[in-house]
Ligand binder design. Structure first.
Ligand code: SF4
Length: 646
């Protein structure tokens, strides 16, 4: 038997036996796996939530469902929110989306992918017409140069990193752009220690040089790209020296970058949270896409802008419609789409949207259903988040595990099935749909069953599903309404052994806009992020470490995974440490304008003026600032001004 990993967006397949083993026959991981992935058998039964709790006391599941239904009936739809997760399977997403948008008629259904991928979603939609990732992992075997900006696959996407190392042995060059000298940077042919917040300056400088040195693909631009003249005109007004200075990269290193770029016939740019999690996240994405569109480095094997998805099914959530900004299956809110979707779900009408996004909804709803995620822990400016949650009339937590920070604020807690006990499909970072297969006795209901029970308790038709396969089949039919998702061609049984890649030919006849042309946008670094000052003089960066998954409700219980790195530490540059009289292992206070925490010092060669705290430190968001990108609504987790006190 085989199943798919429930951690990162690589989507590795495992053979299931006494232990989990990378599945050799599976094209995504070809037998590879990582320590976190294969630890899941060890963690599956630890720390499980197995009872229903009503106001802190063990209760009955049916009573809890009826209580939730009663409260929903007595609440205006616009005061009801669903907070979903990239850990849910497509079937779970589908039933939740149908229930919220089609029947309860609230558009306030968002996923925690809002906090990691929303800027990439908007970037792709603006540039190429759809939330479509135009690069596959195997493309790195066909490229000359991989530029990693704001991404650390050595810790966040381990199997992809192994693929990168293999491609590198075959001649591919790697450039890493990051304020931290990460484990990924160790294999780089060129490492550029960029100043936090200056990505747009750097990317614009590259675009200027490409234009000035006539390294652009004029034929491609003429045939396929709108907006180039305006982009060129605005870029050429910028001061190159100023851009370079702001990027914090030396002239010598920048010229080396340009040489490597010129030498590459094909290049891929890949990024994650260092780009997306920013008050200017959309513009950073667009600046990357500009480079690919003006050079024609897209729509051909071994090239393109590649947003690396963090969670196992963040992509699936985007496809099904788990984001408050879309209706379903990549359909935006407009009259035509609303009619189509209402007809499909056999309802008079669907809700009006877009809805409130993750960070926006928490202080504007009276009922909040949180599923397999922990917003108290992961949303920024935690003091505000806790206050907002404490004012919500009814918080429901659906979770397979105990101990989330959100559980302390939940009036009703419902146990749910985790990896190994649920069946369905998920989509990895490169549009590969894979079956998650139940391989052990279920000890709780699967999420979609809980949402279906709630739908039935509310008296709605259309929730009598008897299996995940039945849900999948309804979902796949719905993708026929989509402009680009062809999941209707997939077969549930076949997915057990063979993945399905959707949208393989989506760019065959051009881009996914109405006129088939892509668009470039002039974007500028407007320095919208929180600025340091004399008092708060450091910039706090956050991110994953290799062996921990988010708050650690599973991984922190696996002994072998704790060896690599502690759950909590702060990285600081050696010169900064010396100036502050701080030594390795000292306990320090990190203080921002929003909160503080104590942790131990790890001296590294992180960029001077920056500090890094891993997200396995559960208190990290007491520090982070509340700014969000105005379009994608993604929080700026990577640019909070802090001070370090011994
Ligand atoms: Fe799981 Fe990602 Fe590790 Fe693969 S690389 S085993 S998908 S955590």
């Amino acid at each position: 038997m085989r199943t798919v990993c429930a951690y990162c967006g690589v989507g590795c397949s495992f053979e299931v036996g006494e232990r989990l083993k990378g599945d050799k026959s599976y094209p995504v991981n070809e037998g590879m796996s990582c320590s976190k992935g294969i630890s899941q058998l060890e963690s599956i039964d630890k720390n499980r939530l197995l009872n229903t709790y009503i106001n802190g006391k063990i209760g009955n599941y049916e009573d809890a469902i009826n209580l939730i239904a009663k409260k929903i009936r007595n609440t205006k739809p616009e005061r009801i929110g669903f907070y979903l997760s990239g850990q849910m399977l497509n079937e779970d997403y589908y039933v939740a989306n149908k229930l919220a948008k089609g029947f309860i008629k609230t558009p306030n259904i968002d996923t925690n992918s809002r906090t990691c991928m929303a800027s990439a979603v908007v970037g792709y939609k603006k540039a190429i017409g759809s939330d479509y990732v135009p690069v596959r992992m195997e493309d790195i075997n066909h490229t000359d140069l991989l530029i990693l900006i704001g991404a650390n696959p050595a810790e966040s996407h381990v199997v992809l990193f192994n693929k990168i190392k293999k491609a590198k042995k075959n001649g591919m060059k790697v450039i890493v752009i990051d304020p931290r000298f990460t484990d990924t940077a160790k294999i780089a042919d060129l490492y550029l220690p960029i100043t936090p917040g200056s990505d747009i300056d750097f990317l614009n400088l590259v675009a200027i040089r490409l234009i000035k040195e006539d390294l652009i693909d004029k034929e491609f631009i003429k045939t396929w790209v709108d907006g180039f003249d305006e982009l060129r005109e605005n870029l050429l007004k910028l001061d190159e020296n100023e851009l370079l200075k702001r990027s914090g990269i030396s002239k010598k290193d920048f010229e080396k970058f340009m040489e490597m770029l010129k030498d590459a016939k094909k290049f891929i740019t890949a990024w994650t949270m260092g780009i997306n999690q920013s008050v200017q996240g959309v513009d950073k994405n667009l600046a990357i896409m500009n480079l690919h569109l003006i050079t024609g480095q897209i729509r051909k094997k071994g090239s393109g802008p590649f947003s690396l998805t963090g969670q196992p099914n963040a992509m699936g959530g985007r496809e099904v419609g788990g984001l408050a900004t879309t209706l379903a299956v990549h359909l935006d809110y407009n009259e035509e789409n609303k009619i189509k979707v209402a007809k499909f779900w056999e309802v008079d009408e669907v809700c009006n949207g877009p809805g409130l996004t993750a960070f926006e909804m928490i202080d504007k709803v009276d009922v909040l259903i949180v599923c397999h995620t922990d917003p108290i822990y992961h949303l920024p400016n935690r003091t505000f988040v806790e206050e907002a949650f404490s004012k919500i009339d009814l918080v429901v937590e659906i979770n397979a595990y105990n101990g989330s920070e959100t559980s302390k604020f939940a009036h009703i807690r419902l146990p749910a099935a985790p990896f190994g006990e649920k069946d369905g499909t998920q989509t990895n970072m490169d549009r590969t749909l894979t079956r998650a297969i139940k391989f052990r006795e279920k000890r709780a209901k699967q999420d979609w069953e809980i949402f279906a029970d709630l739908g039935k308790a509310l008296g709605f038709r259309g929730f009598d599903f008897s299996s995940s396969e039945e849900v999948f089949n309804e979902y796949k039919e719905m993708t026929r309404l989509s402009p680009d998702i062809d999941i209707y061609k997939a077969d549930y049984k076949e997915l057990e052994t063979k993945p399905f890649v959707w949208g393989e030919y989506a760019l065959k006849d051009g881009f996914l806009t109405e006129n088939k042309r892509a668009k470039v946008y002039f974007v500028e670094n407007k320095n919208l992020h929180e600025m340091p000052n004399k008092e708060y003089s450091f910039i706090l960066l956050t991110g994953r470490t290799r062996d921990q998954w988010h708050s650690g409700s599973k991984t922190a219980f696996v002994k072998s995974l704790k060896k690599y790195k502690p759950l909590s530490f702060v990285e600081i540059n050696e010169v900064d440490a010396k100036n502050l009289g701080i030594q390795q292992g000292d306990e320090v206070k990190i203080i921002s304008r929003y909160g503080e925490l104590k942790t131990k010092v790890k001296i590294t060669n992180i960029k001077k003026g920056s500090v890094f705290i891993p997200i396995s430190e559960r208190r990290v968001n007491f520090l982070t600032n509340p700014k969000i990108d105005p379009i994608s609504k993604e929080p700026d987790y990577n640019h909070t001004a802090v001070k370090v006190v011994k």
